[in-house]
Design a protein around this ligand. Structure first.
Ligand code: PLP
Length: 404
């Protein structure tokens, strides 16, 4: 038996012992379609937003990082709950069309057409280089618009313990800190509508202390930039990187530690009293709200081990299979949803239907005794699930998505 991550604390069994998601038994989400499904539970997202609002000072706005999950109905729902959307591509800009929220776009490799589309819609562009700054100014001049620009800073420190570290290093993201002040002055000189700064130090951190430390370092860096340039930024995007527990022995973040630290530091920074602060979160807001459901097609024995073959796989849930940048494969929380109330008595490996041994959803996990036709639920699939997976690999059916 190998360990698995903790099942998020939002789920219960119905009277018949089946896992209930967003008010419906797991199997009911699948009966309509002969394909796996992702179910995103609005109530869980609302609980996360409420936790954020309670923990953070009022002057810290909440933005949703659209790349975590860009399912249309989910974006419409998020638009009512958050204060802005952070985009990573022109495609995402198209996906939020018609949703009336402040928008910003970051990411290396913005083409002139991307910049033109963003400027046309009044989106704040987070500049990743001086070259991109020059192109944004030129595109704006050709368009006859005043560009809304912010500078992404390559953090001069790292976010300790993050699943993905960015910063303190040479990077394709952002501009090295010592060159940020001169560029800000140049943008203001050129007549841009200068918005401020953005700093993103990493993703999937489960240390509130480390996150707070990086947010405080960002506030201090911003204050230095005010002293250096005399420009008071309208806004500062502090990044985020709030993680969720995926694996055994991981614990949820206590975000009140972060909120208290930011609140206290901002009280001591009168130079920034007019500046709006933003946290941009994806995974922490929506990750635990999503469950992936797939049916068992076959149960077999091989060399004394039990295999449960499902109609899903890594083409829908690449990260859970361990193939999205993980160093060591570990088990996400997984269960037999049809028998959620039953004691786990069966050690089995849950696999997908792709022709590769990498397509492993649960490696020697303990499940309730499982029969062909049962529904397997894989948790923590609300972020970096379907859109972060090679959907077309092997031309298997596309997964359905539901928001309820
Ligand atoms: C991906 C990304 C995010 C969201 O990260 P999460 O781990 O989902 O919260 C935020 N900001 C930037 C710049 C990103 O690239």
């Amino acid at each position: 038996m190998k360990p698995m991550g903790p099942i998020p604390p939002f789920f219960e069994a119905g009277s018949d012992g089946e896992l209930v998601i967003a008010g419906k038994p797991a199997s009911a989400w699948l009966d309509e379609a002969d394909a796996p499904a992702f179910v995103y539970d609005k109530a869980i997202i609302e609980a996360k937003v409420a936790e954020f609002r309670a923990a953070m000072p009022d002057r810290v706005a909440l933005h949703y990082a659209v790349k975590a999950n860009s399912y249309g109905p989910l974006l419409e729902h998020m638009a009512k709950k958050v204060d802005g959307f952070d985009l990573a591509s022109r495609g995402e800009l198209e996906r939020v069309d018609g949703l009336d929220l402040p928008l910003s776009i970051a990411g290396p490799g913005k083409s002139d057409a991307d910049i033109a589309a963003a400027l046309q819609k009044g989106v704040t562009i987070h500049l990743e280089s001086e070259g991109e700054a020059d192109r944004a100014l030129a595109v704006a001049e050709a368009q006859g618009t005043t560009p809304r620009l912010a500078i992404r800073i390559n953090p001069p420190f790292i976010l300790k313990g993050a699943g993905m570290k960015m910063g303190g290093l040479a990077s394709q993201f952002g501009i090295d800190a010592e060159r940020v002040g001169p560029l800000a002055l140049r943008l203001v000189d050129a007549g841009a509508d200068f918005q401020g700064y953005h700093l993103y130090a990493g993703s999937q951190s489960l240390s509130a202390e480390a996150i707070a430390e990086s947010q405080l370092a960002t506030i201090d860096l911003t204050e230095k930039l005010v002293a250096e340039t005399g420009i008071v930024p309208r806004e500062v995007n502090l990044g985020g990187g709030f993680g969720i527990p995926y694996f055994a022995n991981e614990k949820p973040l206590d975000i009140s530690v972060i909120g208290d630290a930011i609140g206290k530091r901002l009280q001591d920074r009168p130079a920034l009293s007019e500046t709006k602060f933003i946290l941009e979160l994806g995974r922490w807001l929506v990750g635990e709200a999503g469950v992936y459901l797939t049916r068992v097609l076959d149960r077999k024995q091989s060399h004394g081990e039990t295999f449960l073959t499902t109609d899903g796989g890594m083409h829908h849930v690449l990260a859970a299979s361990g193939n999205l940048g993980q160093f060591l494969r570990r088990n996400y929380p997984i269960t037999n949803a049809s028998r959620f109330a039953d004691e786990p008595t069966l050690e089995a490996s849950v696999v997908g239907r792709l022709c590769t041994p990498l397509d492993l959803l649960g490696d020697e996990v303990m499940l309730a005794d499982t029969q062909v036709g049962d529904v397997i639920a894989l948790f923590c699939q609300g972020a970096y699930g379907l859109t972060a997976s090679p959907n077309d690999f092997l031309s298997q059916p596309k997964a359905r998505e539901h928001l309820a």
